[in-house]
Design a binder for this molecule. Structure first.
Ligand code: AMP
Ligand code: MG
Length: 323
């Protein structure tokens, strides 16, 4: 079965075609800024502008026409409302015009299942660290349970917020990672509350220290060390609590080598296996949306052309009906 997946929850508009577990194409076009963060309406306008081109390229790369497509899936939740609407509108337009079944996908869930598609993990604890989300998750029964999460902003957004202050533009994470290589450690507050994390106070503290003259690279290094250590601590406790021995790191921040290393060391110490999704598929992409579409469609789900967006749907609210 061939599914055209369309992603557009935030910065990236993507179209990909999957034939069951095989990737036939994967095209992306991302909204970026030189200064400042994501402006939701600007990102949505970006998506509207590039949508037709991206989808056409995805069909071309797969050597298919729209007539060969059996299913269209799109990122319905969660995300920036203007971006979700732009994506939904395009998915519905194509599905309706070509009489193709449509299915709305929870973007976070698709990150998780793609973690299983791209690694050898079978029943892991997931660390999901993207722009907007930071959660420690594992499947228990028919729901993905959240064992710990950020109480304020996501780890990626936290890094981006500091990056904005030091004029790195969006996304700041990768630039902060290279600046951190030249940095030395400055103590910052460490906020783990039970299994939950809080990042925004630490970011404010780092911004204040920057304004008082501390060096960019030292603050980038210290932020990485502090925030990643917090995440590693709760991840270890989640492994202990669930008695699972596999850890899968996913989401855009999974690109960070220092974070991977910290988690790897922790896993090695407790004889757990560490997996990370290939870099290319760690951040937002449409491959995961297409794959999740196929899984859910095969388990009997189908939506209609009046489908609405759900900007705030949580991962632990979705019933897992697929295998
Ligand atoms: P996502 O929302 O999953 O696409 O992830 C985007 C987030 O990942 C943004 O906040 C980026 O700043 C962050 N990010 C990407 N690469 C890195 C990196 N190498 N180190 C830290 N954060 C990163
Ligand atoms: Mg994402």
């Amino acid at each position: 079965m061939k599914c055209l997946g369309i992603e557009g929850t935030a910065h990236t508009f993507g179209a990909a075609i999957m034939d069951n577990k095989k990737i036939l194409s994967d095209i992306r076009d991302s909204y970026k800024t030189k200064k400042g963060g994501i402006i939701p309406n600007d990102a949505a306008n970006h998506h509207r502008k590039v949508a037709d081109k991206v989808i056409k390229q995805a069909l071309k790369q797969a050597k298919l026409t729209i007539k060969d497509i059996n299913l269209i899936s799109f990122s319905q939740s969660p995300g920036l409302a203007p971006c979700l609407i732009a994506t939904r509108d395009k998915a519905v337009e194509i599905a309706k015009k070509n009489k193709i079944p449509i299915i709305g996908i929870n973007h976070c869930i698709s990150h998780l299942t793609s973690g299983l598609l791209f690694t050898k993990a079978t029943n892991p604890v997931f660390i999901f660290v993207s722009g907007a989300n930071t959660q420690i998750i594992s499947l228990e029964g028919n729901k993905f349970r959240i064992f710990g999460e950020s109480l304020d902003i996501g780890l990626g957004n936290a890094l981006d917020k500091f990056g904005r202050e030091i004029n790195l533009g969006f996304p700041a994470g990768p630039k902060m990672e290279s600046l951190a290589k030249k940095g030395k450690y400055i103590p910052l507050t460490y906020t783990v509350k039970g299994m939950d994390l809080a990042f925004s106070g630490i970011i404010t503290e780092a911004i204040t220290k920057f304004k008082k003259g501390e060096k960019k690279q030292d603050l980038c290094y210290s932020l990485q060390e502090t925030l990643f250590a917090m995440l590693t601590e709760v991840s270890e406790r989640a492994l202990a609590h669930t008695q699972k021995n596999e850890l899968v790191l996913i989401g855009g921040v999974a690109a960070n080598k220092r974070l991977c290393n910290m988690l790897k060391i922790m896993c090695k110490e407790r004889k757990a296996k560490f997996f990370n999704v290939p870099l290319k598929y760690a951040g937002d992409n449409a491959v995961m949306i297409a794959y999740q579409g196929i899984l859910e469609y095969k388990s009997g789900k189908e939506d209609n052309y009046n489908i609405d967006i759900i900007p705030n749907l949580r991962t632990d609210e979705v019933m897992v009906t697929w295998k």
